[in-house]
Design a protein around this ligand. Structure first.
Ligand code: AMP
Length: 279
């Protein structure tokens, strides 16, 4: 595996691969890699001749400076994991390399970016669109891999791809969970042992809600999930929305969507956890 730190090295390697007719798969990450990231890279390894994984904690998508400051950074361990999977290129740039000047672009992301994470974290999705569009331009991949853990993010990236006219395939990958059901996340290491022990209640509440969905209205189910999660000390649901899996717009009646998805954000202490489930 080659570690690349400059855009110049990256574009050279990618142009070389393209000129040989090789297919390129890109996995963007912010590092502190876990098995969820690993699953994306393994999938990219199967589908493509060349695999590029980026590790970059993108400042423009953090609306909370404390979250950016405390975001875990584990470059050495990340490189070992990527090497073991057979990643060809790890792109690990500095902030100055990605943003030689401030990125002032404002993307017209539309309704998919206005609800849930878009409403709670102003500017977050615009920052995601900024960095991912830069990566797409640098790498020019045939395919790019994203986890369904960040379900709304995939819809936002599809919208950005449409706006920018990128010719590539977005490959959504399933959520990887710990054995007790907690969705894997780089932020999980910030949970205290006590918080870590109660955090699986999030997925448990979502799974139970799927089991009883047939007998309940959308509103009743939303109440059930929020009450079940908030019954745990130290947990506070920020939102639970049941949305159409394509448009991300909240539904009021099951008839409104063929692919409803329940999306939740929970504060466990001061750690913000997100998860979702398909109905
Ligand atoms: P992050 O480093 O958190 O920005 O995540 C990088 C990519 O990994 C994103 O596409 C995430 O959706 C994906 N990802 C993060 N956690 C998981 C997980 N538990 N299962 C599957 N994909 C994940």
């Amino acid at each position: 595996m080659k570690v690349l730190r400059t855009v110049r090295e990256l574009t050279e390697a990618m142009n070389d691969a393209r000129s040989k007719g090789l297919t390129i798969g890109l996995v963007p990450t912010m590092g502190a890699l876990h098995q969820g990231h690993v699953s994306l890279m393994k999938r990219a390894r199967i589908d493509n001749d060349v695999v590029v994984a980026s590790v970059f904690v993108n400042p423009t998508q953090f609306n909370n400076p404390e979250d950016l400051r405390t975001y875990p950074r584990t470059e050495e361990a990340d490189c070992e994991k990527m090497e073991a999977i057979g990643v060809d290129y790890a792109f690990i740039p500095s902030v100055e390399e990605v943003y030689p000047e401030p990125d002032t672009r404002v993307f017209d992301l539309g309704p998919v970016a206005e609800v849930m994470e878009g409403a709670m974290r102003p500017g977050h999705f615009n920052g995601v669109a900024q960095v991912v569009s830069k990566l797409f331009r640098m790498v020019n991949p045939h395919r790019a891999y994203f986890g369904e853990k960040d379900f709304q993010q995939i819809a936002v990236i599809r919208r950005m791809v449409e706006l920018e006219g990128f010719d590539l395939e977005i490959v959504p990958c399933p959520i990887l969970r710990e054995e007790d059901g907690l969705a894997m996340s780089s932020r999980n290491v910030r949970l205290t042992p006590e918080q870590r022990a109660i955090a699986p209640a999030i997925h448990r509440a979502l799974s139970e809600s799927v089991a009883i969905a047939g007998e309940k209205s959308v509103e009743e189910l939303k109440d059930f999930v929020v009450k079940t999660i908030d019954a745990n000390p130290q947990m506070r649901t920020e939102y639970y929305e049941i949305v159409d899996g394509k448009t991300m717009q909240p539904i009021r009646d099951w008839k409104e969507s063929e692919c409803p998805v329940g999306c939740v954000t929970v504060y466990c202490g001061d750690v913000r956890l997100i998860d979702n489930i398909k109905y």
